[in-house]
Design a protein around this ligand. Sequence first.
Ligand SMILES: Cc1cc2nc3c(=O)[nH]c(=O)nc-3n(C[C@H](O)[C@H](O)[C@H](O)COP(=O)(O)OP(=O)(O)OC[C@H]3O[C@@H](n4cnc5c(N)ncnc54)[C@H](O)[C@@H]3O)c2cc1C
Length: 444
Amino acid sequence: MQKTIAAARSLRRLQRLHPLQPLQSLTTHLPRHAFQGIVSRAVHARATDFLPTNLPDWTESQREVREAVAKICVNYPDEYWLGRDNDKKWPSDFTKDLADNGWLGICLPSKYGGSELGISEAAIMLQTIAESGAGQQGASAVHMNIFGLEPVAKFGSDQQKQRWLPPLIAGKERACFGVTEPNTGLDTLKLQSLAVKPTPDADHYVLRGSKVFISTAQVAEKILILVRTTPLDKVTKPTQGLSLFYTNLDRSAVDVAEIPKMGRAAVDTNVLNFDGWKVPAADLIGEEGEGFRMIMHGMNAERILIGAESLGIGYAALRRTCNYVNDRVVFGKPVGSYQGLQHPLAECWMQLESARLMIYLAARMYDNGSTDGAYANAAKYLAAEATAKTCERAILSHGGMGYAKEYHVERYQRESWIGRIAPVSGEMIKNYIGQRVLGLPKSY
Ligand SMILES: Cc1cc2nc3c(=O)[nH]c(=O)nc-3n(C[C@H](O)[C@H](O)[C@H](O)COP(=O)(O)OP(=O)(O)OC[C@H]3O[C@@H](n4cnc5c(N)ncnc54)[C@H](O)[C@@H]3O)c2cc1C
């Protein structure tokens, strides 16, 4: 009940921040036409074309969030994101816009400046951002604010929250998330990076080790990092001895090297190597050795949100494709009338919608206190797969233009891969479902 009251209070606050606009006022971006004069091909439409805001399964606050976020996103059309994909520059005007309008910290406690809404609302926010054409470049630029600091909000002391949350919510600080390591991959319990106190009563730890694929480390001031405080061979259970810190990303001790990658160029991904990195003991979250339990707390939320981002890309690809195949005439008819194109697109819609129902079911379960990972994992998997298929069909349906950057679907397709790999792979999700839901033996 208290949560409902808090959510309602936050909703009212959001309403004051974003007075409702009729949907029609979300500008329909006029298309850039390729081959002007030869054929007119509308390539951009409203963010909500395939996904009306008034779906019966959405709550009023979800609708509210979608409309308000779409209103900001509409100022950053596909051309803006293609520009960032080309110049590889951090989308600072977009993130500032979201921060200035009170959106960073949507899930964080109102006591520290957040809106205290649920993962259900955060999922809508990230889906809408991705769906606007921003894809993973827009969503990844802010999603650390949404779920990354969940362990701090849940397990940090009041003093730590006061220190860390307000600057993050205001967009004055950015954080990255350091879990994956080069030698251990998905086997998180085998992490090797170590934090050691030089003496038992020292006021700091010294960190050494490495992390890989750490997104936003080129621009982040802060890092949430999981390391061992007790080596693996000295613990009775591998879940013990891992500790979580939120601290300054001290570039005098941490070497940050960018990894050239397939897509999402505006949001960097890096290898971190560190040795002799002094981290204040005051930056340890909760108890030493309890880090794995804390990081697990945020994992279901992370899967749901990354699934929602994937969905957004899928709908964006489908929207563009339907606009295109309606306009493109070959053999005297719009190519969208040919069933070879139309039926696969209809399948894409059905698969995206099925995944969407699963995503928002998992979000609702999470907000109601469920810690069961089956639906969060399955939802992320289904959304990523439906989106990958949709992006592939989008390129094929555009013919040669699917391969041209101007039509954006090749960018969506490159970004759709992220949801299939991170934060957990499809294979590991199937392991989880096989073992935990179906009760089958573990193979590894
Ligand atoms: C763009 C991008 C951004 C990322 N951002 C971050 C970030 O900010 N912070 C962070 O900590 N990490 C980040 N990651 C890392 C991401 O979470 C990992 O890449 C992912 O968890 C997979 O780990 P891995 O790459 O080490 O794969 P590996 O563990 O090396 O796996 C390789 C392959 O083997 C399969 N495999 C492994 N074990 C099994 C098994 N038991 N059964 C069946 N198959 C198995 C995997 O599914 C995969 O196909 C990012 C990754 C990408 C691509």
